[in-house]
Design a protein around this ligand. Sequence first.
Ligand SMILES: NC(=O)c1ccc[n+]([C@@H]2O[C@H](COP(=O)([O-])OP(=O)(O)OC[C@H]3O[C@@H](n4cnc5c(N)ncnc54)[C@H](O)[C@@H]3O)[C@@H](O)[C@H]2O)c1
Ligand SMILES: [Zn+2]
Ligand SMILES: [Zn+2]
Length: 383
Amino acid sequence: MRAMVYRGPYKIRVEEKDVPAIEHPNDAIVRVSLAAICGSDLHMYHGAMPDTRVGMTFGHEFIGVVEHVGSSVRNLQPGDRVMVPFNIFCGSCWFCARGLFSNCNNVNPNHYAVGGIYGYSHTTGGYDGGQSQYVRVPFADVGPTKIPDWMSDEDAVLLTDAAPTGYFGAQLGDIVEGDVVVVFGAVPVGLVAARSAWLMGAGRVIVIDHLDYRLKKAREFAQAETYNFTQYGDIVLEMKKQTDFFGADVAIDAVGAEADGALLQHVTAAKLKLQGGGSPVALNWAIDTVRKGGTISVVGAYGPLFTSVKMGDLMNKGLTLHSNQTPVKRQWPRLFEHVRNGHLRPSELVTHRFPLEHIAEGYHVFSAKLDGCIKPLVVPNAT
Ligand SMILES: NC(=O)c1ccc[n+]([C@@H]2O[C@H](COP(=O)([O-])OP(=O)(O)OC[C@H]3O[C@@H](n4cnc5c(N)ncnc54)[C@H](O)[C@@H]3O)[C@@H](O)[C@H]2O)c1
Ligand SMILES: [Zn+2]
Ligand SMILES: [Zn+2]
């Protein structure tokens, strides 16, 4: 089969690999019909994700058709059209029993740090991902769900990560009626978070980024007020002015470890690697932007190591901070209803579709933010 293969930072190839085989009775093999490239893939592409091994196939957002199932699989059959959450999880450990699917204890030798994720380095278990013609899906009775007939492929593939993560970002903000919600990152995750904030009762939704074409999308897709942080000497001060020097109620960090906006943070994190967990610019802006007693939601990804987060301000302002990798399947029942009723149409975020053979171009365009790129898809079995 043909598969995307990582050959080192900024080196993406398409190579021949063996079609994966059933390794456990509860595995399925899925023929991928559509995959996506996520901002999280860029952390690996840039060489910023620990233990990303040469030869690995990325891709944790994908849908497809079941090709084979192991002998104990009961919920799926060959021919089923399925969507697969980006988390690999067992469904029965202490954490899964509490809905903490992204914190499953049984799917990653590094489980104290993070759960299992497809195609996202050996830090998250070393599983090959779905930017490929075929993928092995462990715990096939637990994660995948048959795609409802009324759902389009492009909505379904965005429901495997970007959309549930945005929705989860808003949920982690504990939004109550009338809240002022500030979202950092006019990214797929941030745009869905902003849209979801309205669904949860926000009174005002603000999105901050430095790419004007993405801020335009935030106005159209999420009806948000937008601010380009490069146009203000101090974006935190501007947010204070915007909130009568009170502060926002909730801030959502949908940027994560590779944030721009503060040169010293960027150099110490991205260049000198003195901050192993990444550059917390967006997180520190979030801490400074909310009022005392406010809530911070972090769905942007950070590494496990040291970063200079403003812990003192977080503590002295009495802030609540919620964070996690998204337990995708937990978000599906409500999100399916929102998509079906037209309250949310994640496919509106898709800007590019690349055949698998051209995936290197897809990474380049997405990483360099060229050609108005917001969300690129990958078509592995294009004729
Ligand atoms: N928690 C989860 O389960 C989960 C799931 C998916 C993605 N993620 C993470 O969410 C983040 C967003 O991913 P994506 O694919 O939606 O986006 P992306 O990587 O395409 O975009 C990053 C965006 O942040 C903007 N930005 C940079 N610095 C900023 C700053 N200081 N303030 C405001 N905006 C800034 C950039 O201009 C860009 O638009 C990534 O860190 C990704 O790893 C987390
Ligand atoms: Zn992702
Ligand atoms: Zn589990």
